[in-house]
Design a protein around this ligand. Structure first.
Ligand code: TXA
Ligand code: MG
Length: 324
């Protein structure tokens, strides 16, 4: 299959993206978090192709991206008031709400679950596309299963070329980490995936506590232990352990993501920003480049542990996970 690169600034390309989606094709689209791999959410055959293009198991549910919050009632039922409050406060934006799915929604979208993930992205290109084409799209991150999520069109093209119909280039993603996922399905309101919107921000708007369990067994592919993985082995280390490792592995090609300059230049190095927001924005891109660099090992200086770094730690833990 030939994969077309479309430019979101060109009106004809935007129309072509809409036409492809209406024809049941797969188009990677920009969002403010990461690029998504979109298909018309009402077309079950198109949605099934997402799973084969990514190599993703069929029981891992997809997020449906809506043109605006008024579409919520078409996709979910028994919507609690708290969901409307969160939608009002954070949409369009990097927040996914898990709700009971409306009866008509095909279970291939939800991986067979009775719940559905919904979000209105703030990316102007995606908003324009969905509004003008009158579409809702199912879209997971546009990476092969378990691999690093893409934050640029070039990264999508490099890893998904030949498996999808088009990539719509809307520039680099603003946040660089996936949306915060909040479940409103059970008795309690729970964050199932940390993201750009913090627990504190959710609590401030809701006026009640929001749980953020370290571990949960809800079927979320972001919840599998090994995820967001480069091909190269990756370790997170304290600054001291990192320097010691560099000294003992002088003959190896090592890629390093650290906060401070290093006394000895390794094979590949990137100095990461020291605030969580900028770090999150840079993380997947630099992991991807480190992985491409030809290094035999990736070493990352472990970031601070205060709550603002929760989303970053969550990704690093899974990126560094080694199968036993
Ligand atoms: O920022 C994002 O959320 C990006 C952009 C493209 O919107 N999307 C994204 O999708 O990260 P994906 O599929 O890579 O991750 C979504 C996570 C998955 O772990 C999936 O299992 C979970 O959301 N999820 C979706 N619907 C769910 C449901 N009904 N119940 C439980 N988990 C759900
Ligand atoms: Mg993903």
């Amino acid at each position: 299959m030939k994969t077309f690169m479309l430019n979101a600034n060109v009106a004809a390309d935007l129309s072509q993206a809409a036409a492809l989606l209406h024809q049941g094709k797969l188009v990677a689209v920009p969002t403010e978090t990461v690029y998504g791999l979109a298909a018309d959410a009402t077309n079950a055959a198109a949605v099934r192709q997402i799973f084969s293009a990514k190599g993703r198991p069929a029981d891992h549910p997809l997020i449906v991206h809506l043109p605006d919050a008024t579409a919520l009632e078409q996709w979910a039922k028994d919507i609690p008031h708290a969901a409307l409050t969160l939608a009002e406060a954070f949409w369009p934006g990097p927040l996914t709400l898990l709700l009971k799915k409306a009866d008509h929604v095909d279970s291939c979208v939800t991986g067979g679950l009775d719940s559905i993930g919904l979000r209105v992205s703030a990316h102007p290109v995606l908003l324009t596309l969905l509004k003008s084409a009158q579409l809702a799209v199912a879209a997971p991150s546009a990476n092969p299963y378990k691999r690093i999520s893409p934050t640029s069109a070039a990264q999508v093209f490099a890893t998904m070329q030949g498996r999808i119909d088009a990539v719509l280039d809307g520039g680099e993603c603003e946040f660089g980490l996936e949306s915060t996922i909040v479940s409103l399905v059970g008795e309690r309101i729970q964050v199932l995936r940390a993201g750009p919107i913090s627990v504190a921000a959710l609590e401030a708007v809701l006026g009640c506590p929001v749980e953020s369990p370290e571990q949960h067994d809800v079927k979320v592919s972001g919840n599998v232990a090994a995820h967001y993985q480069p091909h190269t082995a990756l370790y997170c280390l304290s600054p001291q352990a990192l320097l010691a490792r560099l000294q003992t592995h002088q003959s190896q090609k090592v890629a390093v993501l650290s906060f401070n300059p290093l006394p000895v230049a390794p094979f590949w190095h990137y100095q990461m920003p020291d605030n969580a927001l900028d770090y999150g924005r840079a993380l997947y891109k630099q992991l991807y480049l480190a992985d491409q660099s030809g290094a035999e090992l990736i070493l990352i200086e472990t970031p601070p542990t205060d709550p603002s770094w929760q989303a970053v730690h969550n990704r690093l833990m899974r990126a560094a996970y080694q199968e036993a």
